[in-house]
Design a protein around this ligand. Structure first.
Ligand code: PEP
Ligand code: MG
Length: 747
């Protein structure tokens, strides 16, 4: 049995490289490659099969089989030994092919005389391109070294295909990822968008595949590994030990970065002739292929970590940063595994849409995407491996669907949908300057929710009468340290300037739960939504709250100021928060700062308990705003971020509406202004119900103001209230069907 040495492999890779550097059409190159491989492996046959479509492999070149069969012989995925290699992404090595499970004899190839078979997948970073096969007449089992050597060769071929070395041979060589794909994720921000993929972390282009000096190459790899280890250690030093998940990921990074096994495998690749970067990529490809078949989510995450680390290593070796020199396409749609809120803000409104492989409904990035009103779909499997920079992509943020490289018929239907939405927006724009007055003559105030300076231009555009909820978390979430008082004061001042005298209700910091800052030390909580968050943190550690209140007073610079405290669960919490506010005012007065002309201190009613506070509370608070998102999750005990339950209960269920009515009654009895600022205020039918039961002010995202106004202007609130009362009297579970019927009668 021939013994294969490292220098055989190195020689093989170099002659492949030289063969590919010579001029010639794609087919000629493929033929030349098969000849070289067969010679080097001392086999009679070497064949290359490539995917023609996701289910079909085609024999594209061969040394040793019947040349007539080239471009004629086809196999289905999973069919025969070649199909088995393609499907499993693992080598098949046998000395007796006909006796193997799944063997399929293809008479046109003349392969019946070759009994031993070794096939390895041709793949690049989890993307399957085809199968490389060697066969020989004598029943010989290929050694582990030979299998390994053939895998390395397959890797070089995969790279060549990627580099266009085979272009010229038409569709059969089109990599799989060029096909249209429909991927389903989870909607995190509604809206539709069409554009081109912009990868947040583009693949590093490996252009040097084969080494000339293995020792020098191993030295390069070790040097890059050392830099990688240092950078991971630095990350670990900077990370806060309270963020357990982040720490866990970094510790895994460290483990991989120090793993002898990983380094050894890459060094072996180099000894066989690959360059350091090609060696990293080969291991990365193998890990990705495994990733797709591992059922265990925890293990899949660890393989993802290895993937991340490989990318870092590739960047160190090639000197390519995030900026690979590619130009951002027009109408960019950002595609990423995940992204931080700061990075997203840096892109700003340039982006038309965002697609994340991971992400969470309540993550910081989601909050920013919402603030920027950019359609966002999260939890989209495989998107970062499927999408290539510049690919045509359509994002349906409402359905959570992604059309990658859509066919023309799909694209057309999608554009119709976009046009319909645009038309509706135009209709709403014509209502912008008209009052929100229902047919019965009742006036409702529609306000908008905001959280960024960038939101404020929407105030004029949407026709909102002010900002009913300004979420102040973002400035705290997007940086690595607590923002300075002077910066915050300047920002709050600019927000009020931009509101031009319209009321802005600033909500003090709602940190905790899903919104965690990297710099605040926090305990690990089993149930953070019900944990140490919002005003609870503000009262226990009043330093930041005090600073924020001072910044608000200074930002107001004499103008009226409305402040509301989040997640107040009982009256005494409001009293304590208000005392801190009063104290801040007193301090500012002593320091000679100009005081707001008027101060309103309100609460967000987000826990059922506050609805049962004593009358004195409702009399003393300046205003109440129902935070329906939280209130609903606590009312139904259904986590607002858990896909399995978050849509389970209806806001218009008679129970919840009845509960809201009690809050309306309590505020009315005390003469306290009441508003509603959860997401549901932006859904026209829900808004109609909330207004009909007597909530006079609704605050929503700017894009919802038009649709809500359009319905309210057509409705008679008294009639809607009767519809609700009748449904309640009949003991129905939800008032929605009846209210929908009513809305359908309106013209
Ligand atoms: C709410 O809970 O309804 C609310 C408006 O606050 P947030 O969504 O920021 O928790
Ligand atoms: Mg809330």
């Amino acid at each position: 049995m021939p013994h294969r040495t490292e220098s055989d492999s190195r020689r093989l890779l170099r002659s492949l490289r030289d063969a590919l550097a010579e001029a010639g059409a794609g087919q000629e190159r493929l033929d030349r490659i098969t000849t070289i491989i067969a010679q080097s492996m001392q086999t009679e046959v070497c064949s290359i099969y490539l995917f023609r479509d996701p289910q079909t492999l085609e024999l594209c070149a061969t040394e040793g089989l019947n040349p007539e069969a080239v471009h004629k012989t086809r196999l289905k995925l999973g069919e025969g030994l070649v199909g088995r290699v393609a499907r499993s992404a693992r080598p098949v090595n046998t000395r007796d092919a006909p006796a193997e499970r799944g063997f399929r004899f293809m008479p046109e190839t003349g392969e019946e005389v070759f009994t031993s078979f070794l096939g390895v997948p041709i793949q690049r970073l989890g993307e399957r391109l085809g199968v490389l096969v060697v066969q020989s007449r004598d029943p010989r089992a290929f050694s582990e070294d030979e299998v390994y050597a053939l895998e390395v060769v397959a890797m070089v071929i995969a790279e060549m295909a990627e580099l266009g070395a085979f272009v010229g041979e038409g569709a059969a060589l089109a990599p799989l990822h060029k096909h249209p794909a429909l991927l389903q994720g989870v909607s995190a921000q509604e809206g539709v968008a069409e554009g081109h993929v912009w990868l947040h972390e583009p693949r590093v282009a490996v252009t040097r595949l084969v080494n000339d000096d293995s020792e020098a190459e191993i030295a390069r790899l070790r040097e890059a590994m050392e830099k990688l280890r240092i950078s991971v250690d630095d990350l670990l030093k900077m990370a806060s030990s309270s963020d357990r998940e982040h720490m866990e990921v970094l510790q895994t990074y460290r483990m991989f970065a120090r793993s002898r096994g990983w380094l050894k495998r890459m060094e072996e690749n180099i000894l066989l002739g690959l360059s350091a970067e090609a060696a990293v990529e080969k291991e990365q490809s193998t890990a990705r292929a495994r990733l797709q078949t591992v059922p265990d989510a925890y293990l899949r995450d660890r393989l993802h970590d290895l993937d991340d680390l490989s990318n870092r290593l590739l960047r160190l070796l090639t000197g390519q940063g995030n900026d690979t020199g590619a130009e951002m396409p027009d109408r960019p749609i950002l595609v990423a595994r995940n992204i931080g809120p700061g990075e997203l803000l840096d892109y700003g409104r340039k982006l038309r849409g965002i697609v994340l492989e991971e992400g969470a409904v309540g993550s910081h990035a989601t909050i920013v995407a919402r603030a920027l009103a950019i359609p966002l779909v999260i939890n989209v499997p495989r998107i970062t491996t499927e999408a290539l920079n510049g690919d045509h992509i359509m994002v349906d943020g409402t359905e959570g669907a992604i059309h990658l490289r859509p066919e023309e018929s799909i694209a057309r239907a999608f554009r119709d949908k976009m046009a319909m939405q645009a038309q509706a927006q135009e209709r709403y724009a014509s209502l912008r300057d008209l009052p929100t007055e229902a047919r019965c003559g009742t006036r409702i105030r529609l306000m908008m929710n905001a959280g960024l300076m960038a939101d404020l231009p929407s105030l004029a555009g949407s026709g909102a009468e002010g900002v009913g909820l300004f979420r102040t978390e973002l400035q705290f979430l997007i940086r690595n340290s607590v923002p300075r008082r002077s910066e915050l004061a300047a920002l709050y001042g600019r927000v009020m300037d931009a509101a031009r005298g319209h009321r802005v209700a600033f909500r003090t910091l709602d940190i905790g739960s899903d919104k965690i800052t990297p710099y605040m030390n926090r305990p690990d909580e089993p149930n953070p939504a019900m944990g140490w968050r919002a005003i609870r943190v503000g009262l226990d550690r009043p330093g930041v709250l005090r600073m924020q209140l001072q910044a608000l007073i200074r930002g107001a610079a004499g103008r009226p100021l409305a402040v509301m405290f989040p997640l107040v669960a009982q009256a005494s919490e409001f009293e304590a928060a208000r005392a801190i506010l009063m104290h801040a005012i007193e301090r500012e007065r002593r320091l000679g700062h100009i005081l707001p002309e008027q101060i309103e201190a309100g609460v967000m009613l987000e826990t059922p308990s506050l609805a049962f506070a004593p009358d004195a509370f409702f009399e003393s608070v300046d205003f109440v705003s129902i935070g329906g998102n939280d209130l609903k999750q606590f009312f139904f005990a259904a986590d607002r971020e858990n896909e399995l339950v978050r849509r389970r209960y209806d806001t218009l269920s008679t129970g919840f509406i009845g509960f809201l009515q009690q809050i309306v009654d309590r505020c009315a009895a005390a003469g306290t202004p009441l508003s509603f600022c959860g997401e549901d205020a932006g859904r026209p039918l829900d808004a109609l119900a909330i207004a009909a039961i007597g909530v006079g002010t609704l605050s929503m995202r700017p894009a919802s103001v038009g649709p809500v106004k359009a319905l309210l202007r057509r409705a008679h609130l008294g009639e809607a209230a009767e519809v609700i009362a009748r449904a309640q009297a009949r003991g129905l579970e939800s008032v929605r069907p009846a209210l929908l019927d009513y809305a359908a009668t309106l013209d």
